[in-house]
Design a binder for this molecule. Structure first.
Ligand code: PLP
Length: 385
């Protein structure tokens, strides 16, 4: 019996184990030196002035939307995203306005977005679907013209680029996820990046209960003028990253470039392998984007049958995503999104992660081809009968 082929797998090794052990041995596992080092390195990597380590991208989106002051205001977003991205708008008191997506990338349709701007629009949340950039230039032009804050949901986009600039650095605020399936993972974790000093300062307070001076800054070894005193200026949240996660994050950063290269190689191989099958349409690759290739999505008729077929062959697959505007919680904000409502029925994510071997990928490809050929045979027989 061959091993099951998983959709995603974290790439961990001795470096991650050593980083965790060293942090445990340091006896400081809350937010401290690892988190600070991770923030500095991540900010440099993305090319921004501030990175604020949090416990999830959801926290980053929530705090980003609070800073954008969306309460009672409209926030443009796509529906083809993870539900916490759109839930964050509700958490921050905003009103989600769902926009359609491009059929071949699943990224937000800029023309639909432009049509939906009103005097009460305050912000835009764009998800770089699968780590491929949305077309940011027209989005940023619209934002400038209408005074809107742009929040990039770069949960899938670690290492991805738009016209040579790293995802997360293009809008006002970028939100990254280090959740278990992501290109780099800390189990759970997130990072907000920004060039705005005031936003960074506010988020640093909001992430830990509104407290003005973190424990590490008051009590770190060697700290002069130790003091237990701090102020609480605004109601905050328990959203900060701890040093165990940050130590993992630093070790994962060492792997990111190599793992993204492997992801891109695997993605190209899927494209080549399905090029002669009109029934299987991978998402399109845009020239302006260097994708981080978080997931490999194909569009296929009879998607649920292919899901069952792959499952039967010991291969995991999944649907990213169910259109958010159709969930019960969004009923007050629902709208017709013709492309989203059609394309979601066809999309299937097939295995893609840096540990996927060539022979495992060949098994996935063979299984998809067998499904297509089987379906062809059935329809030929049906036509003959
Ligand atoms: C597009 C998108 N946005 C946001 C998130 C939330 O990330 P986290 O789990 O770190 O909160 C995810 C997680 O899967 C995601 O896929």
């Amino acid at each position: 019996m061959e091993d099951r082929i998983r959709l995603f797998r974290p790439a961990f090794g001795d470096a991650e184990k050593a980083a965790l052990c060293d942090t445990i041995d340091s006896m400081w596992v809350g937010r401290g030196p690892q988190s600070i080092a991770f923030e500095e390195r991540f900010a440099g990597f993305v090319g921004v002035s501030h990175a604020v380590a949090l416990n999830s991208a959801t926290a980053s989106l929530h705090l980003g939307l609070l800073c954008a002051e969306v309460e009672g205001q409209e926030v443009l977003t796509s529906s083809m995203t993870w539900v916490s991205s759109t839930e964050s708008i509700l958490l921050a008191g905003g009103r989600p306005v769902f926009c359609d997506v491009e059929e071949d990338t699943l990224n937000i349709d800029v023309e639909d977005m432009e049509r939906k701007i009103t005097p009460t629009t305050r912000a835009i949340v764009v998800t770089h679907y699968g780590g491929q950039a949305c077309d940011m230039d027209p989005i940023l032009d619209l934002a400038r013209a209408h005074g809107l804050t742009v929040i990039e949901d770069a949960a899938h986009g670690c290492g991805g680029e738009y016209k040579g600039r790293k995802l997360g650095s293009l809008g006002d605020i970028g939100c990254f996820s280090f959740q278990a399936t992501k290109n780099m993972t800390t189990g759970d974790g997130g990072m907000m990046v920004t060039n705005d000093d005031a936003i960074a300062e506010r988020v640093r307070k909001l992430r830990w209960c509104g407290i003005t001076k973190p424990t590490w800054e008051r009590f770190r070894p060697g700290q002069l003028n130790r003091s237990w005193v701090y102020e609480v200026e605004e109601v905050g949240y328990k959203y900060e990253m701890n040093d165990l996660a940050a130590a993992l994050g630093l070790a994962q950063m060492d792997r990111l470039e190599q793992s993204n290269l492997r992801r891109r190689e695997l993605m190209e191989r899927y494209r080549d392998a399905f090029a002669d099958l009109p029934q299987i349409a991978p998402l399109a690759a845009r020239d302006f984007a260097l994708s981080s290739c978080y997931n490999a999505v194909i569009r296929v008729d009879h998607r649920d049958e292919l899901f069952a077929h792959l499952d039967n062959d010991g291969i995991d697959s999944n649907v990213h995503f169910y259109p958010n505007h159709l969930y019960k919680i969004f009923r007050p904000y629902t709208t017709r999104l013709p492309v989203t409502e059609e394309v979601w029925k066809k999309i299937l994510s097939i295995p893609l992660h840096p540990l996927l071997t060539d022979s495992e990928q060949a098994r996935v490809i063979d299984s998809v081809r067998a499904f297509v050929e089987g379906a062809q045979e059935t329809s030929t027989h049906a036509a003959a009968g």
